[in-house]
Design a protein around this ligand. Structure first.
Ligand code: PBG
Ligand code: ZN
Length: 280
């Protein structure tokens, strides 16, 4: 993925320091453990990579908003977002047993000092399970930004490559959404809000601006758009070939997300965008 790398905690602090310097005020963290297993142990380890990074970043930049992606796929040897059971050679992602691990992961992030947790797994009921676990652990003030309408998308390719998190078998269609279905996105968002989500996200962004618009219009909640790795990489590649003007196309696409109703945009171009905005 162009310009996006796996970083150690030290390197992450340096990277964020550069981001803060140009005016970026929030970051979203993803972790890659030294060892993956079939229980995603690294996801909720007290000294896991994200927990360490959160502590280091909050220590270094107390004003920075630190959001953590809560999922299991980067920590699972099989690359799925939940627990997998195999019967007769067929793997199946188990929804309910995964909730406990997701909740545990979210609490461990909050304990490390995360300002917002962002579950991206798309298991049913995870927002409620995480809300209950956070409240029970004394983190009733920690908000949840849920990846509420997350589609099973080919646009996640560069991320999975960078995070080494592509599923080893099958795909994510048993938990992520069908690209053809718009109504289900609204139901997913409604469920997440009922379970206690504070911010709802639509992902990917560009190919789903209609969904973004409907989510904002229907619920009026703080709504985030995630401009995913594939969207970013396509623009970078086209720009590198001299086919499009990088700054112009990135700004135009982010503007489209704002126009469609995004209150928050998550983008790999954040540092560039902050610089462009600063120089008008
Ligand atoms: C983890 C997760 C993914 C992304 C964000 N969180 C990968 C996936 O669902 O396969 C994708 C981000 C991107 O493509 O930029 N569940
Ligand atoms: Zn995942």
């Amino acid at each position: 993925m162009p310009g996006v790398f796996q970083l150690s905690v030290d390197e992450a602090v340096r990277e964020v320091s550069g981001a803060v310097a140009v005016g970026v005020n929030a970051v979203l963290l993803f972790g890659i453990p030294a060892k993956k297993d079939d229980r995603a142990t690294g996801a909720y380890a007290k000294n896991g990579i994200v927990q360490k990074a959160v502590r280091a970043l909050k220590n270094e930049f107390p004003e920075l908003l630190v959001i953590t992606d809560v999922c299991l796929c980067e920590y699972m040897s099989h690359g799925h977002c939940g627990i997998v059971s195999v019967t007769r050679g067929q793997g199946k992602v188990l929804n309910d047993p995964s909730l406990r691990l997701l909740a545990r992961t979210a609490v461990s992030h909050a304990e490390a000092g995360a300002d917002i947790v962002a579950p991206s797994d798309m298991m049913d009921g995870r927002v409620g399970a995480i809300r209950m676990a956070l409240d029970g652990a004394g983190f009733s003030d920690t908000p949840i930004m849920s990846y509420a309408a997350k589609y099973a998308s080919a646009y996640y390719g560069p991320f999975r490559d960078a995070a080494d998190s592509a599923p080893k078998f099958g795909d994510r269609r048993s938990y992520q959404m069908d690209a053809a279905n718009a109504e289900e996105a609204l139901r997913e968002v409604q469920l997440d809000l009922e379970e206690g989500a504070d911010i709802v996200m639509v992902k990917p962004a560009l190919a789903y601006l209609d969904i973004l618009y409907r989510v904002k219009k229907t619920f009026g909640y703080p709504t985030a758009a995630y401009a995913v790795s594939g969207e970013y990489s396509m623009m970078k590649a086209a720009a590198a070939n001299g086919w499009v003007d990088e700054r112009a196309v990135i700004m135009e696409s982010l503007l489209g997300m704002r126009r469609a109703g995004a209150d928050i945009i998550i983008t790999y171009a954040a540092c560039d965008v902050a610089r462009w905005l600063a120089d008008g």
